[in-house]
Design a protein around this ligand. Structure first.
Ligand SMILES: [Zn+2]
Length: 176
């Protein structure tokens, strides 16, 4: 699974780069449409997000049933890698990507709007299977990042900031 996840993460990153550098007419049209139809876009983003999470969860459940020992071993290895990453300057994110994250959030914590002590937050926590890819990263102040911790992200956001905020965040992730 690790190999497959890595491959997918790499592909997502490459595609993201490609589209950022070459938006093209279709992307421009889509952006204009999204701007003109914010409600519809939010709804679509939420649907997309739920569908892809269900698919990923199904796959992971099936995989776990078939290879419980590999999952456990992978979990230990991922935890070690994550600790190593966190020791080294906040993870694998590039300076450019960080600048883009800040630009898209208006230089503020996506949860509470604070503008100080910003960190990279994995919306779906790494420990819950969230990938370290562009579409799972949001800028968060150190306080929100810490409080969110290993909580199930949707529940946490709704509890502290309401459903509108969740839709906003999903829209943010979807647009990346
Ligand atoms: Zn915050």
């Amino acid at each position: 699974m690790r190999g497959e996840l890595r491959r997918l993460a790499r592909k997502a990153e490459q595609e993201g780069e490609h589209y950022r550098e070459n938006p093209g007419p279709r992307i421009e049209t889509a952006r204009r449409w999204a701007k003109d139809n914010p409600e519809k876009r939010r709804e679509m983003a939420l649907n997309y997000y739920h569908r892809s999470r269900e698919r990923a969860a199904d796959y992971q459940r099936r995989y776990y049933r078939e290879h419980p020992e590999r999952v456990r071993e992978g979990g230990r290895r991922r935890a070690a890698i994550r600790r190593a990453r966190l020791r080294g300057n906040g993870g694998r994110i590039s300076v450019e990507e960080w600048a883009q994250l800040l630009e898209s959030s208006g230089g503020a914590c996506l949860y509470c709007g604070a503008v100080e002590k910003l960190t990279v937050d994995h919306f779906v926590p790494v420990v819950l299977g969230g990938a370290t890819i562009v579409s799972n990263r949001v800028p968060a102040c150190a306080t929100c990042n810490y409080r969110k911790g290993k909580n199930e992200p949707e529940t946490w956001v709704i509890r502290h900031f309401g459903k509108g905020k969740l839709a906003e965040i999903v829209g943010f992730l979807y647009a990346r």
